[in-house]
Design a protein around this ligand. Structure first.
Ligand SMILES: C[S@@+](CC[C@H](N)C(=O)[O-])C[C@H]1O[C@@H](n2cnc3c(N)ncnc32)[C@H](O)[C@@H]1O
Length: 512
């Protein structure tokens, strides 16, 4: 078969990452905020295809949380696919195909056997592959996206990357082409770049190099290899990506960074006036000059359909929301690209309380708001989901759907334990997505599923045993604790809070 990599790093595996923006439910919410019909009505069957799915974390999460969906994930690296398949098998997922096909295969004979999809997602792929592979992807989208379907695509953006691009070239050029593994080569290349900087290579951005060194010291070397050692790495202007994708009859619809859809939170009035003077197809690129974005998360649609202005309000009012963080962490003060924005106390005060304790519809939030408020339904969805404090609820899950996702979560948590990961994602079938969990939460979740009563004493005993059998230690205020008595004190201080705050949330999102 020869070299199948086309210059892409394939000798070290990519990290298992979950990205909520890629979930159909998030893509749908971004479309609604923009007043565009999502690819399929909420809760209806869909087909989702992920291109370059890596180890398949997002694809498995979509499959596990969408019993009504069919999911495909393709990646040419067989190690990635084998890892994803194993998780899928252990979770009993039956609506997912993971396969080691290349973009070239998918644009050719393999693709010809596949159906059309309502969603095609590619995260962290476009600006890391060759122009020839980009063309294969465009052909695949042209052949396989349903009318009204969405493409979720992320990439390194220009002009934001202009300052740091010379560092990538230097790393790639000095990493060497010997047979050593990419993770070791990237570390060597970084040391060389540091020496170049010390010797007066003023073009190298030192703050950026500092950040890469932090990633290296944080054991994120696989990411560094995949980010910096690809032969065809090339950040892109939005207008060029839009032009390439136009061949597949898709056009830019909206940003998956939902706050980006609110111009006054992203640009000053002077900047907005300048952007408005530019032909529409160049506006996103000109915005990128002001926002200095280095990474874009975009949604393209094949045949974008505006929701009628008579119906948009009622459609949005029907959306149910729930908080994805504890009530104490909910805030009306948002960090936005132009600085800070403060949501009104009169409407959002009660609204935050309501989403922390239930799953109200946006219409109910308005009906129950004592002061009424001036917010629109689009703004409420945009602010609460865009600030990552809330997520839309798809449906009240059946017991069978909950059982399915529990099995997936248990299998995932086992892989986190094997890899020594203290942060992960816990999938919920009511939201078609996942929420962040940390070590104590992982321990409590596993214990609950194994039937340990949700009562602090029994839980602490059980979590302590689990912690030891995982081979992990408690970290408190940045310090690793070895002593059993001290570890138990930390557990005693944390486990009740997990039971009190996280457990009700897991019940609402359909994770337990
Ligand atoms: C940066 S990783 C992103 C992985 C995954 N989307 C994620 O976000 O976790 C890019 C992925 O694209 C895959 N890839 C690169 N070139 C490819 C090709 N020609 N055909 C199929 N997959 C490819 C790589 O193996 C890698 O897993």
């Amino acid at each position: 078969m020869g070299d199948w990599t086309d210059g892409y790093v394939s000798d070290v595996e990519y990290l298992a990452g979950f990205y909520s923006e890629q979930m159909p439910a998030h893509i749908d919410a971004a479309c609604l905020v923009r007043g565009i019909e999502p690819p399929v009505p909420r809760g209806e069957p869909f087909r989702y295809c992920e291109l370059g799915c890596g180890v398949g974390k997002s694809a498995t999460t979509i499959a596990a949380t969408s019993p009504h969906g069919q999911v495909w994930g393709f990646d040419f690296n067989p190690a990635h696919i084998a890892r994803g398949q194993r998780l899928s098998r252990e979770s009993g997922i039956d609506n997912l195909v993971l396969e080691d096909s290349s973009f070239e295969d998918l644009a050719g004979a393999r693709g010809a056997t596949l159906p059309r999809f309502h969603y095609i997602g590619l995260h962290g792929v476009w600006s890391w592959i060759s122009p020839r592979n980009q063309q294969h992807i465009v052909k695949f989208i042209a052949d396989h996206l349903e009318p009204g379907g969405a493409v979720y695509i992320t990439y390194n953006a220009l002009p934001g990357w202009n300052t740091a691009a010379p560092l990538q070239r230097a790393l790639w050029a000095t990493a060497g082409v010997d047979n050593d593994r990419s993770d070791r080569r990237v570390v060597r290349a970084m040391a060389f770049a540091r020496r170049m900087a010390n010797a007066g290579a003023g073009i190298l951005p030192l703050d950026f190099l500092d950040r890469l060194e932090k990633e290296r010291d944080g054991d994120n070397v696989a990411y560094l290899a995949h980010e910096y050692l690809n032969a065809h790495w090339a950040p892109c202007y939005q207008m060029d990506v839009a032009e390439a994708l136009a061949e597949a009859k898709v056009s830019y619809a909206t940003s998956a960074n939902i706050i980006d859809n609110f111009p006054d939170l992203c640009l000053t009035s002077e900047q907005r006036e300048l952007v408005d003077e530019v032909p529409e197809r160049f506006r996103e690129t000109i915005r990128d000059y002001f926002m200095q974005r280095t990474f874009r998360r975009d949604i393209y649609i094949r045949g974008s359909r505006p929701i009628s202005s008579r119906r948009i309000d009622s459609r949005l009012r029907a959306v149910r929301l729930m908080a994805t963080v504890p009530e104490s962490a909910l805030t009306r003060e948002l960090r936005v690209p132009v600085g800070k924005a403060e949501l009104s106390e009169s409407f959002y005060g009660p609204a935050l309380k309501a989403i922390a304790n239930g799953t109200p519809s946006i219409g109910e939030l308005f009906d129950e708001s004592p002061a009424g408020g001036t917010a629109t339904a689009q703004e409420v969805l945009g602010m609460l989901v865009g600030s990552r404090q809330a997520i839309s609820v798809i449906a009240e899950p059946s017991e069978a759907a909950r059982a399915r996702v529990r099995r997936y979560n248990v299998a995932q948590l086992r892989t986190y334990a094997d890899e020594g990961k203290a942060v992960g994602a816990l999938a919920g079938v009511a939201i078609g997505s996942a929420v962040t969990v940390r070590l104590f939460e992982m321990l409590v979740y596993e214990a609950l599923i194994d039937g340990v009563p949700a009562e602090p004493g029994a839980m602490v005993d059980d979590c302590w045993k689990r912690l030891k059998s995982r081979g992990d230690r408690v970290v408190s205020n940045g310090a690793v604790i070895d002593d059993e008595a001290a570890s138990r004190v930390v557990l005693e201080n944390n486990v009740p809070e997990v039971l009190q705050i996280a457990l009700p949330m897991w019940q609402r999102i359909g994770a337990v």
